[in-house]
Write a protein that binds this ligand. Structure first.
Ligand SMILES: C[S@@+](CC[C@H](N)C(=O)[O-])C[C@H]1O[C@@H](n2cnc3c(N)ncnc32)[C@H](O)[C@@H]1O
Length: 200
């Protein structure tokens, strides 16, 4: 019997090329089409397990890379990992301390556990995106960039508008390597502008 794994071109490619997940190709596509990550960037990757974006990030920057997930991430040379919920103040403080200075990129490929109820799942996914945006706004240095997975649906325009309040350039991008039929799309926000009285 042919499993979904053997039918999926990107899963097979990931296996052959040593990536932990097919998601690696989404970040590679994003970076090829809309260069976001520069070679000295410090990056925080939210929802990072099993770690294929971390693998790609390691090839793109010599800066510090921190991956955060609810689930443990198998160790990866040159990458710091944190197990926890990125929406909590404790984990956010831990990440800031580990970064030890300015953070120039926040990426978020986090997805909630799906219930199967489309509008409920979409609302939770957008909620995670809002949390990732709040985190990015609290840590990014001026000029920083933000990539965030989200899902098209009725709550999407509000998240998109919120991102636009903080970045000079904001686009959406749907990678070819996204699963057919999935409603996922990535917000690519560049050139963060901190409000004058904001931290840090
Ligand atoms: C699609 S996977 C990420 C794949 C990853 N980009 C890669 O390349 O390996 C989504 C991840 O989001 C994580 N996640 C969801 N909500 C989270 C939260 N509040 N805090 C941390 N991680 C979360 C899940 O545990 C899951 O591992």
């Amino acid at each position: 019997m042919t499993s979904q794994w053997t039918r999926d071109k990107y899963s097979n490619k990931a296996k052959r090329e040593g990536f932990r997940a097919r998601a690696a190709y989404k970040l590679l596509e994003i970076q090829n089409r809309h260069p976001v990550i520069r070679e000295d960037d410090t990056v925080v990757d939210l929802g990072a397990a099993p770690g294929s974006w971390l693998q790609v990030l390691r090839t793109l920057t010599k800066g510090t890379i921190i991956g955060v997930d609810l689930n443990p991430i198998a160790s990866l040379e040159g990458v710091i990992t944190v197990v926890g919920d990125f929406t909590t103040p404790e984990v956010q403080e831990q990440v800031k301390e580990l970064a030890g200075g300015a953070i120039s990129i926040v990426t978020c490929d986090a997805s909630p556990k799906l219930s199967g109820a489309t509008s409920y799942d979409q609302a939770r996914a957008i909620g995670l995106g809002e949390e990732a945006l709040n985190f990015a706004v609290s840590v990014l240095k001026d000029g920083g960039n933000f990539i965030c997975k989200t899902f098209q649906g009725e709550d999407f325009p509000e998240l998109f508008a919120d991102v636009k309040k903080h970045f000079l350039s904001v686009k959406t991008f749907r990678p070819v390597s996204s699963r057919r039929g999935s409603r996922e799309t990535y917000i690519i926000a560049k050139n963060f502008r901190r409000e004058k009285d904001g931290a840090p």
